[in-house]
Design a protein around this ligand. Structure first.
Ligand code: ADP
Ligand code: ADP
Length: 229
């Protein structure tokens, strides 16, 4: 894992709209930061700049010590987790987790090395008993863990979550929230997690960053936010 540092980050879209205005934020190695704010405040824009899907207009973005403003998304080594996890329905859990390893021709891993990496990740995520199943036969929480497993075998430096639970019913959302919290305690993953959900913000985050009209209003621990008048 690595830290992520945003130094005075700006985004102005082609139509002149200034969507992100001078955001300063340092996410420590292993820290879980929640990004909240009303619809249209710039959360997706910010995440897309960090992952490299959107150009940064001004400012510096660092992963660890490395400035990555002009680095291609695939070379930033970040894992993005979306609402629908993008698992391959026709592949087993094992093959879904192994997928990025097979895709990475540069690494030239042997089948034994791939097996060892998948075994390690699935032990960590308690998926060992499900490696031969297809995603359609898994619970939502298990599917989420497969998506995480894929990021873990890649040894991603950080995770970016874009409202991963927003389409789920309340019961499943509660279960998955608990799973993510547990995984965070176990793995200490550096994360930026975008959500609308108060409970997620208050229970998952080491710190909560509040964005409004493209500006960071406040960065505080959940406890500090809760106790403020
Ligand atoms: P959020 O994720 O917080 O809902 P977004 O980052 O999606 O906010 O959008 C922030 C603002 O930037 C919104 O006003 C949105 O309309 C605007 N915006 C997003 N994408 C573009 C674009 N490609 N061109 C111009 N404006 C955009
Ligand atoms: P989200 O808020 O979840 O990012 P949106 O529906 O706001 O989703 O945006 C969907 C797509 O439309 C994005 O690719 C975004 O860049 C683009 N978009 C959003 N607002 C604008 C805008 N005002 N002008 C041009 N493109 C926009």
């Amino acid at each position: 894992m690595a830290s992520i540092t945003l130094n005075n980050i700006h985004k102005t879209y082609d139509d002149g709209f200034h969507a992100v205005k001078g955001v300063d934020l340092e996410i420590a190695d292993g820290e879980f930061v929640i990004l909240v704010g009303p619809s249209g405040c710039g959360k997706s824009t910010l995440l897309r700049m960090v992952v490299g899907l959107e150009d940064i207009t001004d400012g510096d973005l660092l992963i660890g010590e490395r400035r990555v403003n002009e680095v291609a998304p695939k070379d930033r080594n970040l894992a993005m987790v979306f609402q629908n996890y993008a698992l391959y329905p026709h592949l087993t859990v094992f093959e879904n987790i192994a997928f990025p390893l097979r895709l990475n021709k540069d690494a030239k891993l042997s089948e034994d090395q791939i097996k060892a990496k998948v075994a390690e990740a699935s032990r960590m995520l308690e998926l060992d008993d499900h490696l031969d199943r297809k995603p359609g036969n898994l619970s939502g929480g298990q599917r989420q863990r497969v998506a995480m497993g894929r990021a873990i075998v890649r040894e991603a430096d950080a995770f970016l979550f874009d409202e991963p639970l927003s389409n789920l019913d309340a019961k499943l959302r509660g279960q998955m929230r608990a799973e993510i919290a547990q995984m965070q305690r176990r793995l200490g993953i550096t994360s930026i997690y975008v959500t609308h959900d108060q409970t997620e913000a208050m229970t998952l985050g080491d710190r909560v960053a509040v964005l409004k009209k493209g500006e960071l209003q406040q960065v505080a621990s959940p406890r500090e936010l809760y106790e403020q008048p």
